[in-house]
Design a protein around this ligand. Sequence first.
Ligand code: CP
Ligand code: NVA
Length: 306
Amino acid sequence: MSKRDFLCLGDLSPEETRHVLSLAGTLKAAPKGSHADELRGRAVAIVMEKASTRTRVSFEVGVAQLGGHPVVLSPQGSQLARGEPVFDTARVLSRYCDAIVYRTSETTRLREMARAAVPVVNALSDDGHPVQVLSDLFTIEEVLRRRGDARRLSELTVAWVGDGASNMARSFVEASRLFGFALRIAAPEAYRPPADEVAGAGGRVSLHDRPEDALRGAVVVNTDVWTSMGQEAENAARMRAFAGWTVTEAMLKAAEPDAFVLHCLPAHRGEEIDDETIEGPRSVVWDQAENRLHVQKALLCFLLGV
Ligand code: CP
Ligand code: NVA
C-alpha cells in the first residue's frame, strides 16, 4: 500500500474523515495514558519553518501520548536555513522517522517534502491549514452535540469575516466543497479566495461586501488575523482595508441568536475580533485549541495505519 499524505482536506475521503473524527472523539474521552502504545517505537519529525505554539505543541505532545518520539526541527536548528534542499531533508528524515509534519510557506516546498517515503502532514502553508480546519469540524460537531442540536455539517451555514484569501479561509472553502455546508465569506474585494476554489465548491460559497450580509443565518462564525505570518510588510495596507471589520457582539446580532465563534488563534484583539467577543459566551476558542491535540493524534494513527 502506498503511503498517505495529508496536504489538504481532500486527501482523505469523506468516510476516512468521518473515521478520523470519530477516533478523535474516542481519544478525547479516554483516560490519559490509555493509548500509549499506538506509536510505540515510531518517530515523527515536526519541521516548523514558521512560528507555532498550538500546532507544534499539540503534535509534539500528541506523539508522546501515543508512545512515539517527536523530533522538532526549526530551520535555524537544522541544515534547512543553510540551504539544504527540502527533498534531501525529506529523504533523510524518511530514513529515521515514520511521518513528517511540515509547516512552510510555498506549496512547492510542501510538495517537495511530500516526496518523502513516509506520510507528510501539512501543518500550515500559504494555501491552507488543513489540520486546523479538520479539527474545527470536530469542534463544530462537538458544540452542536453538546447543545442537543442534531444538524449535520451539510445543514449548516458557516460565516467567514475577514481575510478571505488566508490559508484558513481557503481550507474552509475546501471544507465547504467536501462537507456540503454553506460558507458565506465577507471580505474586501482584494482579499477574497481564488475564484477557481470558490467555483469548485459548486455554489456553496457566497461572497459578500459587508460582514452583516455574510452572518445571515450563520450558526458558526469564523475569523482569523488580518495579517498572516509572512505578510508583515503589508500590515499597514491591511489595517486600512479591514478597518471596521472587527467581529464584535454588536456585529454578531446579524447571525443566528445562538451563533458561536471560532478563531484558530493567535488572535489580535481589537483587530479581527474584540476582547469582549473572544472572552465572551459565544467563543469556543479554547476548546477549539484543545481539540487540535485529539484530532491530530487520530490523524496520525490513521495515516500510520495503527
Ligand atoms: N492555530 C495555529 O495553528 O496556531 P499556531 O500558529 O500557534 O500553531
Ligand atoms: N492565517 C494565519 C494562521 C495562523 C495559525 C497565518 O498564516 O499566520
